[in-house]
Design a protein around this ligand. Structure first.
Ligand code: 5GP
Ligand code: MG
Length: 175
């Protein structure tokens, strides 16, 4: 298959697999056998989520949320969050699973909304962290890799809805 805009591979499938297993071990230790409600942030987190949870020994329930921004240059108030599936989060140990932390605005908004459901604990697992782009003070409880400020595709991350199924993370080349 021709992938003309897929540039340099930043993280190989092997490197991601190793790191995801390490993250699962950290998460399992932090939750000490308790049930986890994993909240996957659609759409980009679905690949990471699926790989991560298969290495967790805990009981895991799932729900998903869709964070949509309106137009370009989105300000925080313009982000809408819709829960899909199980929404009973009160008293639960909730783990938000996200593909990438960029400005941080999406995750801050998601956490604000989930807090209103009064989970027992609320933590975050993020595969990629673009620290240089942070605009709000937030860091994930579990982070896979720090990445440079480049537009990345693969392993769930898209460009115009394509490339999500690439098994590695690569830099998107200019058109
Ligand atoms: P934030 O609110 O932290 O700026 O936005 C995070 C969201 O922006 C991610 O969930 C993801 O959808 C998108 N995003 C940020 N950086 C990248 C990137 O390099 N590639 C892709 N495909 N999406 C990104
Ligand atoms: Mg996202």
């Amino acid at each position: 298959m021709e992938e003309p805009r897929v540039g340099k591979v930043l993280l190989s499938a092997e490197a991601i697999g190793t790191r995801v297993r390490e993250m699962a071990a950290d998460i399992a230790r932090a939750y000490e056998g308790r049930e986890i409600v994993a909240v996957g942030v659609l759409t980009g987190a679905f690949v990471f989520l699926a790989d991560l949870v298969r290495h967790l020994p805990n009981q895991v329930r799932f729900t998903f949320l869709k964070a949509s921004s309106y137009g370009e240059g989105t300000r925080p108030g313009e982000l809408s969050v819709t829960l899909v599936g199980e929404t009973a989060l009160a008293g639960k140990d909730v783990l938000v699973v996200e593909d990438i932390l960029d400005t941080g605005r999406t995750l801050v908004r998601i956490l604000d909304i989930l807090r209103q459901s009064h989970p027992r604990t609320l933590r975050t697992a993020v595969l990629l962290d673009k620290k240089a782009r942070r605009e709000v003070d937030i860091s994930a409880d579990f982070t896979g890799f720090s990445v440079p400020d480049e537009f990345l595709v693969g392993y769930g991350l898209d460009h115009a809805q394509t490339y999500r199924n690439l098994p590695f993370v690569a830099v998107l080349n200019e058109a």
